[in-house]
Design a protein around this ligand. Structure first.
Ligand SMILES: [Zn+2]
Length: 413
């Protein structure tokens, strides 16, 4: 039996509490233990407490980590990423600096089309090599689980290829992946104006193939003006449910198209982005307990000023989640600590609320509340040791990685 003990943490941030997403005042409860420690055996946490209690469990072959002067947290859970793609969007990045908007970029054939071309041309092994490198970036920034979406293939074969790569990253690297099918990310150019044709391909071919190969847990859609409208979303997502998939949705990012209400109507687990969502949208989410996934990295990287209304959402009782939206176009960042900084400085969340949103609430949104998102007996020993002695420093020192050690299932990565 392999065992690990972490001792003497200045602050052991447990996030211990009821096994459900946290809302309202609960977002402010981190369950901090000073001079904290934990013990894990065979990859699972068995005890959490003060250092003297934990020391009692140490045996001769236990790996003992001295976390004096350090903060220890559960590994971050990033509930919204586009992990697998080829190429980059450096041209768009530079044109945006010259004043081009996201929509203008798309019109001149840049944007997502660039990434779709590169991703289609890449083999499964090419994509795996790229994704493996990025898995390292997530781990180095303290993230141990990511949700990962397809959506840069837009043909049956290429979407399946991406989902297989997502599965391989989970199996062959320390980063755990939760797969989401996002075939409805954009209309592929070869379909021209035949949008109905592509919707039929998703419904008749892609969804059944994904169910058969068990390649996804969730289905997502980019519900936005000039992309997939409310009717398309209803058709795709209703069918996805029949194939056993749970729902997440990209809504109200660039325009308020009533996406938040639709996510509530369809019983989606999460509604993501929500930059343009108004009070009606927020109350619709609250009524149905849909978790908002806020993605400040994409607002920042697009040079926009309109962040989602996190404070109103928290006041309305929503169990807010924070994620990176890691993708080549609008949020090329694998850093949750950067998102914590944006949450505090731009969205007026407290450091405590931001950390809760990127750990236990994110785990709940991925159906993983029993195994990750907090440091409690019975959960996986996924934990990160930071070289600072106050958890607020994670959000404060932006652009600086304070990560010292990362453990996944009790093993150093
Ligand atoms: Zn996204």
């Amino acid at each position: 039996m392999s065992s690990l003990a972490v001792l003497h943490a200045s602050q052991l941030i447990t996030l211990a509490g009821p096994p459900r997403a946290r809302s309202g005042k609960e977002l402010g409860e981190l369950g901090i233990i000073h001079d904290g420690g934990l013990f894990s055996a065979d990859g699972k946490i068995t005890h959490v407490g003060k250092t003297p209690e934990i020391k009692k469990f140490c045996q001769r072959d236990t790996e003992v980590i001295d976390a004096r002067g350090c903060v220890v947290l559960p590994g971050f859970v990033d509930a919204h990423t586009h992990l697998v793609f080829a190429g980059n969007r450096l041209e768009d990045f530079e044109s945006r600096a010259r004043g081009e908007t996201y929509q203008q970029t798309a019109k001149r054939g840049g944007g997502i089309k660039t990434t779709v071309r590169a991703t289609r041309a890449a083999t499964e092994n090419d994509l795996f090599a790229l994704a493996k490198k990025r898995a390292g970036w997530f781990l180095q920034n303290g993230t141990t689980t990511v949700e990962a979406k397809s959506g840069y293939g837009l043909t049956l074969e290429d979407e399946l290829k991406i989902l297989r790569v997502i599965r391989r990253v989970g199996a062959e690297t320390p980063l755990e992946t939760v797969p989401t099918f996002l075939g409805a990310h954009a209309f592929p150019p070869e379909f021209g104006e035949n949008h109905g044709g592509y919707i039929s391909l998703i419904i008749d071919k892609m969804l059944p193939a994904i169910e058969q190969e068990k390649l996804a847990e969730y289905c997502d859609i980019f519900c936005e003006q000039n992309y997939f409208d409310v009717d398309d979303s209803r058709r795709v997502l209703t069918t996805a449910k029949q194939h056993g998939l749970k729902l997440r949705m990209h809504v109200d990012q660039l325009t308020n198209g009533g996406g938040a209400k639709m996510a509530a109507d369809l019983g989606a687990v999460t509604a993501d982005h929500l930059e343009q969502t108004d009070a009606d949208g927020i109350s619709a989410l609250a009524k149905r307990g849909v978790q908002p996934v806020l993605l400040p990295g994409s607002v920042y990287a697009l040079g926009s000023k309109k962040y989602p209304a996190a404070r109103q959402m928290i006041d309305a009782g929503l169990a807010v989640v924070l994620a990176t939206d890691f993708n080549p176009g609008s949020s090329p960042s694998a850093s949750i600590p950067m998102m914590l900084s944006l949450a505090v400085t731009q969205m007026r969340m407290s450091p405590t609320e931001a950390i809760t949103a990127a750990t236990i609430n994110a785990a709940a949104s991925l159906g993983r509340i029993e195994s990750i998102g907090s440091l409690e007996a019975g959960k996986l020993a996924n934990l990160v040791i930071y070289d600072c002695d106050d958890f607020r420093e994670l959000a404060y020192w932006f652009g600086v990685s304070l990560v010292r050690d990362v453990f996944v299932r009790g093993k150093r990565t």
